[in-house]
Structure formats: structure tokens, C-alpha cells
Design a protein around this ligand. Structure first.
Ligand SMILES: [Zn+2]
Length: 330
């Protein structure tokens, strides 16, 4: 057994790059040797990578003590390298190059926006959907790396600042105003007519859900749902035609709920968007909708078809984010 003590340089590396993003990898590690230090930093030699929990990482690894035996793994690396590890998880590498380039720019923009509000004192972002899905070098592909390289250092700004460049799978015809979901009021995020995503495999969806299952889901999530649901009605839609409020009627009481909460409570992968119509029949809810996702910002399948039709990454981004500007990172 080897014992490592505080503030001891185990081995010095060469060619350390400027570090920009620290990603919490949502995993812990139990080293096979005794560590008395509260933090250990592993710095690879130039051109080398660190292999940890079946994944290969670029940049440094910080091991931060969580308890007696476990350490958090935080990957510290440059933004360009980080974006490489995101892209394959967000987009298919065979999509047109201008779509990959547009996605690189918004992934970089979103990362730098989030970095302004670190998730924790030990890291800026997480490696899951609460930031952007990041899987290190393991998932990198040649075409997505090329797109990152071709857009190196470019971000999308509004009034000279990076902003939360949201994206989603398919808007279903019109993108959503960010104000409808979050406390975000920005010109590029007010919603536009998409007009490109009707060929998306996620354009249309439908579901049949027993009312009894809806009742249990709502109760499980803490809503005061009527004992026996008699009907479900749409009571308001917003400017993008998405449903904003739903009324669930019962014999004992009614429940009014936002469509956003209704979708989250029932499962956002079942109720794929809030752009739906519905009717209750034979003890079940028949619900049909358009698009997949929250609908704010860039519509990825719209981007795919725009790029296929010959639009550039710049034209795609300016279509979905009006009055934004592609700018070099400061
Ligand atoms: Zn769309």
C-alpha cells in the first residue's frame, strides 16, 4: 500500500493547457491505494489521456474527497475539448456539416453561459442533462470533432453577451417563447415560425393513457387530484399554440394545472410536448401532439433540414435566434 499525503506532487506533467471548464462526472471512485489527501489532481503528459471508470478523458482529473473511501471525479479541461465530448450525445455525427457546426456553436455558448453560474464550488457543470450530456473522449467522432474545430472559439451572443442558447429535438411548427417556461425574457428566445421540421420522426405523436394511471401519477407527485377523474380539458393556449393550462374535473373537486407541470408529472417522454389536443373516451385520455421537447431556441430537426437544403450554420442560428450574433469568445 502506498500512502499519499497532502500537498505532495506525485508526478509532474508537461504541456498543460489553459483550463476552462470543470465537469463533475457524476461518479465516485475508490482508489486502490490509501489516500490521506482531501484532493488529488492527475495531470496527463502531453498527448496522453486519463482512463477512468470505462471512459477516456481529456484534460486533468481532480479527485475530491467525498467520504473516507470515495472521491468525486471532476474533469478539468478546455472548452473546445469539452464541446467535443458533448456533441456526439446531442446530435448524430452523420448529420450535414453545417448542422454539426451550428450545434457546436450553441453547445459552446450554453457551456460558457452556465460557467457563469457554477453548480458547485468544485465544478462548473455536471455531465448529465442538467448541463449538457458529456462523455469525455470516448464518444468523440471524426465529423463532430471537425465541426468543433471549424467553429473554434465561436459563440452566439445577444447585446454582446452569451445567453442560454436552448435547444430541443423538434418544435412541431413554431418555437416557444422562453418566458412561457422560465424567467427568461430575451429577444433571441421569443419564438419563431420554424417551417423546416415537418419531416422529423418526432413531428407527430399520440398516446392513450388510462385515467386511473393519470390519477396515480398526479397523486404521486403531490397534486390534489380528484378521486375519480371525469374529464380533462384544455383551458388556455399561448401564442405558440402550446397548451398553457389544463383542467382536471372530478366529482369531489377539480384540479387546474399548468401544461408544463402536467407534462412533467405524466412523463415528458410520453407527453412529448405541450402542443397537444386531447379527449377523454372509455376511461382513457387520448392525446395527440406535435414536436418533442420544451420547444425553446433551436429546433434540431429543423436545423437538420435547413442544412440539408443548403443553409449555412450562420443562417440556421440567425433563423432560430433572431438578433443574435456569432462572436469570437473573449
Ligand atoms: Zn421545428
Amino acid at each position: 500500500m502506498r500512502e499519499l499525503t497532502n500537498n505532495r506532487l506525485i508526478r509532474k506533467g508537461r504541456g498543460i493547457r489553459k483550463q476552462k471548464v470543470a465537469v463533475y462526472t457524476d461518479k465516485t471512485v475508490a482508489p486502490s491505494f490509501t489516500l490521506t489527501a482531501s484532493r488529488v489532481q492527475i495531470v496527463p503528459l502531453k498527448g496522453a489521456f486519463i482512463y477512468i471508470n470505462n471512459r477516456i478523458y481529456r484534460g486533468k482529473i481532480n479527485l475530491i474527497r467525498k467520504d473516507k473511501e470515495h472521491f468525486l471525479i471532476v474533469n478539468e479541461l478546455g472548452v473546445e475539448e469539452y464541446v467535443r465530448g458533448i456533441l456526439c450525445n446531442e446530435i448524430a455525427p452523420w448529420w450535414p456539416m453545417d448542422a454539426l457546426k451550428a450545434q457546436s456553436i450553441i453547445a459552446r455558448t450554453y457551456a460558457l453561459y452556465q460557467k457563469q453560474f457554477p453548480k458547485d464550488k468544485d465544478f462548473d457543470v455536471t455531465d448529465d442533462i442538467y448541463s449538457q450530456v458529456y462523455t469525455g473522449k470516448t464518444s468523440e467522432r471524426w465529423r463532430t470533432n471537425r465541426a468543433v474545430m471549424l467553429t473554434r472559439g465561436k459563440v452566439l451572443t445577444f447585446a454582446g453577451k452569451v445567453f442560454p442558447a436552448y435547444y430541443h429535438a423538434t418544435c412541431g411548427g413554431r418555437t416557444e417563447d422562453a418566458r412561457e417556461l422560465w424567467n427568461v425574457d430575451l429577444t433571441p428566445l421569443k419564438g419563431v415560425t420554424c417551417g423546416f421540421c415537418s419531416g422529423s420522426p418526432h413531428y407527430h405523436w399520440q398516446q392513450r393513457i388510462p385515467l386511473i394511471a393519470i390519477h396515480s401519477k398526479l397523486i404521486e407527485k403531490g397534486y390534489l387530484c380528484p378521486e375519480e377523474i371525469q374529464s380533462i380539458e384544455i383551458i388556455a393556449r399561448n401564442n405558440s399554440h402550446r397548451v398553457s393550462r389544463v383542467l382536471i374535473k372530478g366529482l369531489d373537486k377539480n384540479l387546474e394545472i399548468t401544461a408544463k407541470d402536467f407534462r412533467q408529472a405524466l412523463n415528458p417522454n410520453v407527453i412529448r410536448s405541450t402542443n397537444f389536443t386531447l379527449q377523454v373516451e372509455d376511461g382513457s385520455l387520448h392525446i395527440e401532439g406535435l414536436g418533442w421537447g420544451h420547444g425553446v431556441g433551436l429546433c434540431q430537426w429543423g436545423m437538420y433540414y435547413m442544412a440539408k437544403e443548403g443553409h449555412s450554420d450562420e443562417q440556421i442560428l440567425y433563423h432560430y435566434f433572431p438578433e443574435s450574433k456569432i462572436t469570437p469568445v473573449k
